[in-house]
Design a binder for this molecule. Structure first.
Ligand code: SF4
Length: 359
């Protein structure tokens, strides 16, 4: 079954490290955008779907009437499974109990809250709108509103971050009703304000230490790692995101949204005006893809790994030969033809993948 991704490209203001496609929000623009989005969704042929994911941007700045309209349109346009996972990314600064209750009532059953850190100085350095207390309140309010499946996003390797600071932030999670954690390392993207500042960032050794300590800390506290940057209590892995890594089909609506559909990859142009002018022209880029390379690349992000028995390709013998060599360095394991990266391997996954495929 398909995954449906809905992109909401608006934020209250731009964070200095962010290069996602998002623009400053205005009421009027949101109304026009939701109309255009619904036109795009309606134009898709009816198919079964079992995950719906609202990402951004800051999706929870939409009004309840917007969510209602988009969800009704998706439910009419697709054959939505009765147990579908319906997720909403949320900024803690915009989470009120009333709104969370209304969102839950509409059918959202998973909420991903952008905590980023429980250290106020770090949140300030990231230019976030919320503080640690607001993030904690948002999580409690989400639980009170009836969300059982609550995820928290964290960032690691922040300016001046030490091991103690990171573990203190993560420690706070264990007292909260959280079932899933995403923890991404800060990457300085070109053309962002951060790329023009002289930040004191953890060096490679400290970054590796922070990552490995965080993984151990989360695993020792009941959050199993199922992907390089994702951890969950049993049964709470994100079903929508798993589709990306398992190379299953999904369709994305809105500027900058990506799709993998009928064996092809598509991306919508990062251009809100073009999308508003003609929302049905959403498949702009047709990227060619190599099934074997993609499956290996994506599956190796998962703790379940890449099963060489599951694909037929004459490159497999070569991949296994190189994998045996890397196994000696503790970067991966091979069991019954399944290659899985170790924690040390996850840290250098890009180099391993390129070594297995191209060197
Ligand atoms: S809230 Fe999220 S999407 Fe918006 S600017 Fe900040 S990091 Fe980017």
């Amino acid at each position: 079954m398909l995954g449906v991704y809905i992109h909401i490209p608006f934020c209250i203001r731009k964070c200095p490290y962010c290069d996602f496609y998002s623009l400053e929000y205005s009421d009027n623009l949101c109304d026009r955008y939701v109309d255009a989005l619904c036109t795009a969704v309606k134009a898709h042929k009816k198919e079964k779907c079992d995950t719906i994911y609202f990402g951004g941007g800051t999706p929870n700045l939409l009004d309840i009437r917007h969510f209602e309209k988009i969800l009704n349109t998706v439910f009419n346009a697709f054959d939505v499974d009765k147990n579908a996972e319906i997720s909403l990314e949320s900024n803690p600064a915009l989470c009120s109990i009333e709104k969370l209750k209304a969102i839950r009532k509409l059918g959202f059953n998973r909420i991903s809250i952008g905590v980023q850190s429980f250290c106020d100085n770090e949140l300030k350095a990231l230019g976030r709108l919320h503080n640690a207390q607001q993030a904690e309140n948002a999580i409690y309010d989400a639980a009170m509103a009836g969300f059982d499946n609550i995820s928290a996003d964290f960032m690691m390797c922040l300016p001046n971050q030490t091991s103690d600071k990171l573990l203190n932030s993560l420690q706070r999670v264990f007292q909260l009703p959280i079932k899933h954690i995403s923890a991404y390392m800060l990457k300085i993207e070109e053309n962002t304000p951060f790329s023009r500042q002289s930040l004191i960032l953890p060096d490679d050794d400290l970054s590796a230490q922070l990552y490995l300590e965080a993984v151990d800390f989360l695993e020792n506290n009941g959050f199993a790692q199922y992907e390089i940057s994702n951890f969950a209590k049993k049964g709470y892995e994100c079903r929508h995101n798993l589709k990306y890594w398992k190379r299953e089909e999904y369709i994305g609506f809105g500027p900058a949204a990506h799709s993998f559909y009928s064996g092809k990859r598509f991306a919508v142009k990062r251009d809100l005006s073009a999308f508003l002018a003609d929302p049905r022209q959403y498949f702009i880029t047709d990227e060619s893809c190599d099934e074997f390379e993609e499956t290996l690349m994506l599956n190796l992000r998962l703790s379940s790994g890449f099963d060489t028995n599951s694909v037929k390709d004459d490159r497999i013998d070569n991949v296994l030969k190189k994998a045996r060599l890397l196994e000696k360095y503790g970067l991966l394991c091979i069991n019954n033809g399944i290659i899985t990266l170790t924690k040390q391997g996850f840290l250098v996954s890009n180099s391993i993948i390129s070594n297995l495929l191209y060197n």
